[in-house]
Design a protein around this ligand. Sequence first.
Ligand code: GCU
Length: 679
Amino acid sequence: ELTEAYKGWLRYEKIEDQDWMNENGKWLSAIVSSGTCTTVIESAIEELIKAFTNMTGQKPALSDSVQSSYSIVLSKIEEGDDASNELNDDGYIIQAKKTDNGSAVLLAGKTDIGILYASFHLLRLIQTRTNLETVNLRENPTNQLRMINQWDNMDGSIERGYAGESIFYENNQFTNNLERIKDYARLLSSVGINGISINNVNVHAVETKLITNDFLPHVAKVAEIFRGYGIKTFLSVNYASPIQLGDLETADPLDDNVRNWWKEKVKDVYSYIPDFGGFVVKADSEHRPGPFTYGRNHADGSNMLAEALEPFGGIVIWRCFVYNCMQDWRDRKTDRARAAYDHFKPLDGQFHENVILQIKNGPMDFQVREAVSPLFGAMNETNQMLEFQITQEYTGQQKHVCYLIPQWKEILEFETYAKGEGTPIKRIVDGSTFKNRFSGITAVSNIGNDTNWTGHQLAQANLFGFGRLIWNPDLSVEEITNEWIHATFGNDPDVVEQVSIILKDSWPIYENYTSPLGVGWMVNPDHHYGPNVDGYEYSVWGTYHFADCDGIGVDRTVASGTGYTAQYFDENASMYESLDTCPDELLLFFHHVPYTHKLKSGKTVIQHIYDTHFEGVEQAIGLKERWSSLEGKVDQECYQNILDRLTGQIDHAKQWRDIINTYFLRKSGIQDEKNRTIY
Ligand code: GCU
């Protein structure tokens, strides 16, 4: 028996609302599908049958023509139909249409995948108790590539995984639990994800062999499952594969043998997986091999792979996380934040059409708060794709609740001024600003084989919300949150209200008791959990806060610092450059200031640090109180899971508070105005 937590937002709880059932139940008793039954359509039908059966207690009838007065009808929109012009390939309409003796709710798309998405959408409408009588909606995804990156290793571990082991691999083999992979595909597809790379970007020895005959048959099996849900499979590859797999002595991208080697390799891959998506590549980054070894640049490297993939319609997703990770902390000129722009911007226009640059949302590394990457919009002749991190590496590792949709929403809405006003990041990465051939958004997954997938049940909201937000970045945080809560916890208004407050407040709370004002880091090295103010201060990683007895922060100005601010378009460059206009929340990301510097809030930096850290703990206590009020109103296992995590969060928040406050009291010698306990 599957637990409620395992079912996630696809629970399809029995509908107790009699009024709704009286008016709408009749549609849920019959499903009509007249077209060819492809695997994707089969997935749609299977999902609808399972859902209707659970929700109504009765299995719906399935037929290939309309038999009853009320039914759900799956239908294909042909080219030439009026509706066809309004839809892109993944789009769909859901519409109630009167028939002679009743009405049909049409789930119609130009493709099978559109119909599958329509089915999932209908189920969301039901879960939020929408009246089907008048339903009439049209949906097109804003982003073309809507991807997930697994950071799974074949030994079963997951890099930055906080919810158990891999659902894909164990003991350097593929797992046999294909059912679980299918359930993952259902969760992803239900929110519109259409691509997945199934292994870690750090491609170690065993994973390098994923593109060989040893493993391709297994990759093909996984790809088949995902295909049934409209999801294309990608692999992360090792740039040095020609050498690592023992065939060549070089991986120089301009060497003919190397180029041919990749062409043959790609042919092999497509012989197993004809709709294979392509390669994700982390090259010349954190000790991974890449074209630099051969005196070549990232265009040379990615274009070589692009040429091999091109005949099959495959793409190269090339990551921009390239920086010097062997920095000398004494060197104040080198600024890690500058690195991606400095490496890639000069190459604009040199990448093949089927190369996409994958850029992390910020220039550092998924901190609780950091500036947006200045690369967005800066390369108008290059495909760009945004990378978020759903797995909570720096945001509480799924032991703390930290709902990231508000953060991502803010980033997507950020005005770049790339083409003057009206070019927010969401309009860059959806390809509309520069008419890119490929574009989209991806994120590092947060799931593992824990029964509830994400360790902390509330972290499921980040996976769900990611899919919904990138399908349509214009959705509000409230709409997304609301959908998730209804689907996951049902329709009790009190539950809906309390859970939405918990989620909404969680990111600011986490920010309050961790590293202040955008400076980032202050975590323990390696595993990145828990406070350690100087953990990275004298390291090679380029992640410093420069706190001394007078002040703190990284001077990234043109006037006196690393000059990073100049990487933004003028309006933003000057906003960040000046202390008067730099937003408080990023102050220490851009400026080094005295502890006595007054924020726009009127507080000094030091008092802000003390206040937010005391407040953050109180707020964490408040989260637990709020959640406790829901005992008996949500599934007991979920209740306990979240309660336990919130209890742990409080303890750990205190640890953060006391270490940060004590550190800054000792450094600055400035007392807390309110004389609270600092050690
Ligand atoms: C971070 C993370 C690594 C990861 C890297 C990447 O540095 O800590 O585990 O490999 O990002 O995105 O490549």
